[in-house]
Design a protein. Sequence first.
Length: 497
Amino acid sequence: MRRRLLSKPSIIGIAVVLVAAGVGAFFFTRGAAATASYRTGVATLGTVTQTVSLSGNLAPDGETDLDFAGAGKVTAVNVQSGQAVAAGQVLATQDPTTVDASLTQAEATLASAQANLTQAEAGTSASNLVQAEAQVSSSYVSYQNAVTSLADTKAVNAQMVAQSYSAYTTAQASATAAGCTASDTTPPCPQDEAAVTQAYQAWQAAEVKSTQANDQAQGQVNSDKVQWQNAKSSLAALGSTSTTTAAQIAVAQSQVQIDEVNLSSAQAAVAAATLKASTGGTVEEVNLTTGQQISSGGTGGASSASGTATHAIVIITPGVFEVTGSVSDALVNEIAVGQTAQVVAAGSSTAVAGKVTSVAEAATVTSGVATFPVTVVLSGANPALRPGMSASVSVVINQVVGVITVPTSAVHTTGAGSTVTLFVNGKPVPTPVTVGASDATLTQILTGVKVGDQVVIATITSTIPSSTTGTGRSLTGGGFGGGGFGGGGGGGVRAGG
């Protein structure tokens, strides 16, 4: 196929056109004047707030766990789950027989110790010996009378329980002879079953009454025995010496102090036999039933599915929440208990104030990444929130108030330090500065800038078209920031070219 070759005059003509086009482009870019303008802000007194963010889910807070202090039988449960209670309200009671006996004995022991101290401080005399001997005789008679009374009480109670039990077995035998079952409605079965139930309840009541009476009688025996033994000790001490030494007085004083502590403990045990609400709220759990025997103090006497002991009664304060999130090991040292926080729950645009209540001492390591749980308790009651809601938290780790600030976007930091471009007499002037605290919006300036100075936030360059280049424009320079500062106007400066 034959090519068509251009003639030499044609090549020269094309070259001329290309050269002319190149020269036009040069004058398009070089011949047009370019103007640079600046977006500025003003250095003002402001507040810089530095925060650490975390997230988690809302969980109820303000839980109060209540338990009986000692072992014993539950005599009444006065509340149920979901019930509102007030502070001081009686929730449940425990059989006080054992603790009452302990209190009586503690009172008697203290009285004896106080008498010994008084005697030691007064010194030994013939009259003191006579009084001590009389006290021994009197206390021994009281003790023997208490022992006799205990035996009589046990005998009477045993007979009472036996009679009630016999009545129960008789009623049960009558129902069995009639061929009655628990669900049989054929006469006389309903009447027989009612008689059996009534007799059983009478038997149980007799056992409870018998136990209480026996315990009270035994407590009296214990108390009288202690007084008798103390009286004998006092008499022996008086007979061993005719004078009382300072050491003996000190021992007597020490014994009084010990017995006072024991009395306080016994009084506390009596008070603890009545379980009261320490604060108002809503009953969340009741793990007690009337008649239940609590085997040890400090628990509700039951166990959860995991095998751990439950509490007798649990009260919560509605609307009080906490949220636990995690922070990295690089930030955990920035957070401390007591710092304030802002919590925003999912679906809400309103932040709720809170406070950091705990920071984990040990990290939770997952796939080699260490994080530390941080718990924040929300302030006040927030009934609009619900347990389980996701929430974002901003913990305030540092805040400076009333300091010189500029928009963070106006600060430029390199290895050599930080600078801010001031706008002075229509010209940008780079100025070294010393910065302090900063957040996403504002940066504190320690030196180099004063209140009222204009600072450059961004540079805007616009190519101005000539009469022959059409309407082409171009923008260069920094982004538009300002952190809430109003634009300070533009200072027009001719670009080189």
